[in-house]
Design a protein around this ligand. Structure first.
Ligand SMILES: O=C(O)CCCC[C@@H]1SC[C@@H]2NC(=O)N[C@@H]21
Length: 249
């Protein structure tokens, strides 16, 4: 059993609107990192303004992280959190071969979407004051295919795919321990080791994928993730860096 990381707070709520909203309410008084977990969320949100469906037994938590850094640097935490999620899932299942990371920050299990991450932040001017890293994992059940948008990766659950049963609080222990290790690596050595570890678990690296924003769409070979976290697609016009998009396989 791993230990709870030093310096990290822990709050477990029975029900809340969204752990991200709770983090925003707590932010002014937080002097150090705090994990906020909820057994139920009544108004959970996903990326791009989508609702996040949360069947009972699934994992929902937000890490409230006080920071004092530029938004671009803080945004790299999505890779830190993805790697921590990957390691927590490997620890929970003993399987490393079946999980993959989808840019920017989903975790796939046998190609289906198992987990998602949503970063929110607050601050003034060029410096952020805090970051909230919201993480949802389909531990027990996946939302129905009709609850996700057309063309999205099919949702899967850990229990449904592997039969593995793990309680959300036990998963929080694994995730918090892994996150603390990667956070220390990030603040000590910068993004480079995080980037190469993330790439070693990346889904569809070297394959043709499509990155879609509300305005346009780029198709190319997934060549790299650069030092700023951009997705690099190799196209007929040369390498195209993508800062934010939804990726389709
Ligand atoms: O769209 C995604 O893939 C991101 C989903 C993030 C869901 C988590 S659940 C915990 C936290 N609270 C929320 O309201 N959303 C995030």
């Amino acid at each position: 059993m791993t230990g709870w990381p030093d310096g990290y707070g822990r709050r477990v709520l029975q029900s809340v609107d969204s752990t991200l909203s709770e983090a925003a309410r707590m932010a002014a008084d937080a002097s150090g990192p705090v994990w906020i977990m909820a057994e139920q969320q009544t108004a959970a949100r996903g990326r791009r303004g989508r609702p996040w469906s949360m069947p009972a037994g699934n994992f929902a938590a937000t890490l409230l992280l006080p920071v004092s850094e530029a938004p671009g640097q803080a945004a790299l935490r999505s890779f830190v959190a993805s790697l921590a999620l990957y390691e927590a899932l490997v620890a929970a299942t003993g399987r490393a071969d079946i999980f993959a990371l989808k840019w920017p920050n989903d975790v796939l299990l046998r190609g289906g979407k198992l987990a998602g991450i949503l970063l929110e932040s607050a601050g003034q001017g060029a410096q952020l004051r805090h970051l909230a890293i919201g993480i949802g994992v389909n531990l027990a059940a996946a939302p129905g295919a009709d609850e996700v948008e057309a063309g999205a990766v099919r949702p899967v659950s850990l229990k449904g795919e592997l039969g593995t049963v793990i309680a959300p609080e036990a998963f929080l222990d694994l995730l918090a321990e892994a996150y603390a290790r990667f956070e220390t690596q990030f603040t000590t050595y910068g993004f480079a080791p995080i980037r190469s570890a993330w790439l070693s678990h990346a889904a569809r690296l070297g394959e043709v994928i499509t990155a879609r924003t509300t305005r346009d769409e780029t198709t190319g070979t997934f060549a790299d993730v650069d030092s700023a976290g951009n997705l690099i697609l190799e196209t007929s016009k040369g390498p195209v860096p993508i800062t934010a998009a939804e990726v389709y396989f």
